[in-house]
Design a protein around this ligand. Structure first.
Ligand code: FPP
Length: 278
């Protein structure tokens, strides 16, 4: 069974908490790119005396809910930290469960991605991903490559430092001249070359760390940390994050509160003058 994610109509119950929150969102200033560190699956399971793997299963339901909510809101890019380089240190059974859940997610959701014009993209070191998952990922990426409504980016076997080192390796191999290197050219060597930097980074379960996630790309990203554990994360939490994001003033190292320059001008200016950031 698959279904269309039309608009918010019929998706938000009149008089509900969700409706009250959605009314506070300014749709002309949505974050273009939301990235999420999905944390707390293990704690969620422990609280219920369940094995950790049950926390990951429940977490994959939150993934489905958040993908749908972002698509309906009109978010253009959603990046999910689903498997880090460090996650290999976990017990084998847990690692296997995570990869199997991912394979099941692709099997269950690929029609939803196709029907709803969603593109799947993977960042991270592919060759370390188990073959049975890599094959499915390649299939769904191919199937959805021309979709435009929203890009769902899965960070798999991903590490921010490793991504930067890999970019430097490619630069050296291509003999890029030092004087040709700037922020813009460097970005083109990262896995995220065709993605804008995240505007908003959400981390669940209260930890205040980046955990090697999008280190380069999050230089100016607004961080929003919630104590909610990932399996409990619902669309209302996403709406709350966007509302909080919209309350903040983004200055990118500038002084627009003193000069009176508006944020939009400042945003454009920073895209054009990447070297003036501090
Ligand atoms: C962190 O919780 C979460 C992960 C290591 C993996 C995230 C994976 C999923 C949500 C499921 C599959 C993903 C997709 C895209 C279908 P933790 O185990 O570190 O929690 P803890 O800190 O409470 O122990």
């Amino acid at each position: 069974m698959f279904f269309m994610f039309d608009t918010l109509e019929g998706y938000i119950q009149p008089g509900s908490v969700e409706e009250a929150l959605v009314r506070q969102i300014d749709f002309s200033r949505l974050p273009a790119h939301i990235a999420i560190i999905m944390d707390g699956n293990g704690r969620w399971a422990r609280k219920r005396n369940l094995p950790r793997t049950e926390g990951h299963k429940a977490g994959s339901e939150s993934v489905k809910e958040v993908v749908e909510a972002c698509a309906r809101l009109g978010i253009k890019y959603l990046t999910l930290y689903a498997f880090s380089r460090e996650n290999w240190k976990r017990p084998k059974e847990e690692v296997n469960t995570l990869w199997n859940l991912l394979k099941d997610y692709l099997a269950d959701e690929n029609k939803i991605l196709v029907e709803n014009d969603l593109r799947l993209k993977v960042i991270g070191e592919r060759k370390g991903i188990p073959y049975f998952v890599r094959r499915e990922l390649a299939r769904v990426e191919r199937l959805t490559r021309n979709n435009r409504r929203m890009t769902v980016v899965l960070a798999l076997n991903y590490g921010g430092r490793q991504e930067i080192i890999e970019a430097v390796r490619k630069l050296l191999k291509r003999k890029v001249r030092p004087e040709d290197l700037n922020e813009e050219t460097f970005s083109k060597y990262l896995d995220t070359a065709d993605l804008p930097d995240p505007d908003l980074l959400i981390r669940t379960s209260g930890e205040m760390r980046l955990s090697n996630f999008l280190l380069w790309q999050c230089a100016y990203t607004e961080l929003w940390i919630t104590p909610v554990l990932w399996p409990d994360f619902r669309r209302k939490d996403l709406f709350q994050a966007i509302i909080e994001y919209q309350k903040r003033e983004r200055r990118f190292g500038g002084l627009n509160h003193l000069t009176g320059e508006d944020n939009k001008n400042q945003d454009n200016k920073n895209q054009n003058e990447s070297t003036s950031k501090n």
